[in-house]
Design a binder for this molecule. Structure first.
Ligand SMILES: NC(=O)c1ccc[n+]([C@@H]2O[C@H](COP(=O)([O-])OP(=O)(O)OC[C@H]3O[C@@H](n4cnc5c(N)ncnc54)[C@H](OP(=O)(O)O)[C@@H]3O)[C@@H](O)[C@H]2O)c1
Length: 336
């Protein structure tokens, strides 16, 4: 395969999404790794948009191919566990950050990043979940570990129309939470309700700019994607013994709070880190996503785009106008 050429999205990290382009790469341009994968699907994530634009906190060296997750089929491998023809998925680790990522037809990765596709999922369904669904599964797993009864109060999901948000709604429905979806896109309320939200609210309605240390006890659980003032407000609105899973920083990366929600309500802040999740937990959560927590609405929750459409669709993420889970179809025939 030495001189084999394939299509790849490349960013030069100029600060402008419009500068990313599709080029022909040679298979020898791929990094060191013991598993070569033909990519079937990737997905769009907030981190991909930052990496594509040029964000040195995420990607240090350009030119670079973003794409922090993918599903596909092994075409060459030095590891017995992943023989040619095996259907696999990869999320996290260094994929798409400083290792050439999923927005291309082939990738090479270390075998200890690779997960065999769970029996009950197609390659496409695995990427409808993608990093977003896996991260959401981590949050639900943490809630269970803390031991709060899921029937003891409401679950608030912020950034509800984004990837993590929308998948959290669908998974929460399956597990049996009472879910309140907070969004800046009320025009998508019907979809959020159909996917499993019990209520939809305007994201501005949960924000409190005062310095009051405690607010009404509205939420037992929060899946928090926004950060900034949203996180600050929900910490003060948690019920006694409630917990917030801190996932994102779309609007801010600092936490400002007092000790009172902790001292007077015993709340918990749960940090969620998906990229380096150990393999044992990773496999058990993918099994849950394929079976017990399997969502009902794979079709309604996502839209499919081509590699050519990636730049424009990443731009929508940075502009705050993207919604739903966006799946990139690179070789759909691999799912057959
Ligand atoms: N911790 C981890 O391991 C991990 C894993 C995956 C993602 N993340 C992080 O989680 C966050 C969400 O990721 P994603 O891939 O789901 O992103 P996404 O698809 O771009 O969704 C982000 C959502 O945030 C909401 N939002 C946008 N601007 C906002 C504003 N000004 N105020 C409040 N909400 C706003 C929007 O939802 P509405 O319009 O519905 O409000 C938007 O759809 C990102 O920060 C990402 O880096 C972390």
């Amino acid at each position: 395969m030495d001189n084999f050429k394939f299509k790849s999205i490349v960013s030069n990290g100029t600060g402008e999404i419009k500068d990313i382009a599709i080029i022909d790469k040679n298979i020898n341009d791929l990094p060191v790794g013991d598993v070569l994968i033909k990519v079937a699907y990737s997905g769009l994530n907030y981190k991909d948009a930052l990496s594509a634009r040029g964000h040195l906190g995420i990607t240090k060296k350009y030119p670079h191919t973003p794409g922090i997750d993918l599903s596909g089929v092994v075409v060459d491998s030095k590891n017995q566990n992943f023989q040619s023809g095996t259907k696999v998925l990869v999320t996290g680790y260094d994929l798409g950050m400083n290792t050439s990522g999923g927005f291309q037809e082939f990738v090479k990765v270390p075998s200890d990043w690779v997960v065999k596709l769970p029996k009950n999922l197609t390659l496409k369904q695995a990427m409808i979940y993608g990093t977003a669904g896996f991260t959401s599964a981590l949050a639900f797993n943490r809630f269970a570990t803390v031991g709060i009864d899921k029937n003891s109060g409401k679950l608030l999901i912020t950034g509800a129309t984004g990837g993590v948000g929308i998948l959290s709604i669908a998974i929460a429905k399956k597990i049996g939470y009472h879910t309140v979806a907070s969004t800046g896109k009320l025009e998508l309320s019907e979809l959020l309700l159909e996917l499993g939200a019990n209520e939809v609210i305007d994201r501005n309605s949960i924000i409190d700019e005062t310095k009051r240390p405690l607010l009404s006890r509205n939420w037992k659980f929060v899946i928090e994607n926004a950060g900034g003032i949203t996180l600050n407000s929900v910490i003060r609105s948690l019920d006694k013994g409630g917990a917030v899973a801190i996932i994102g920083n779309v609007t801010g990366d600092e936490i400002h709070t007092s000790v009172y929600p902790f001292l007077l309500r015993g709340i918990a802040l749960l940090g969620i880190e998906s990229a380096e999740t150990n393999m044992e937990l990773r496999l058990s959560l993918w099994d849950k996503l394929a079976n017990d927590w399997r969502i009902n609405n794979f079709e309604k929750i996502h839209k499919t785009i081509s590699l050519e459409e990636v730049p424009n669709e990443l731009g929508k993420i940075l502009g705050g106008t993207q919604s739903q889970k966006v799946v990139v179809a690179i070789d759909e025939s691999l799912d057959k």
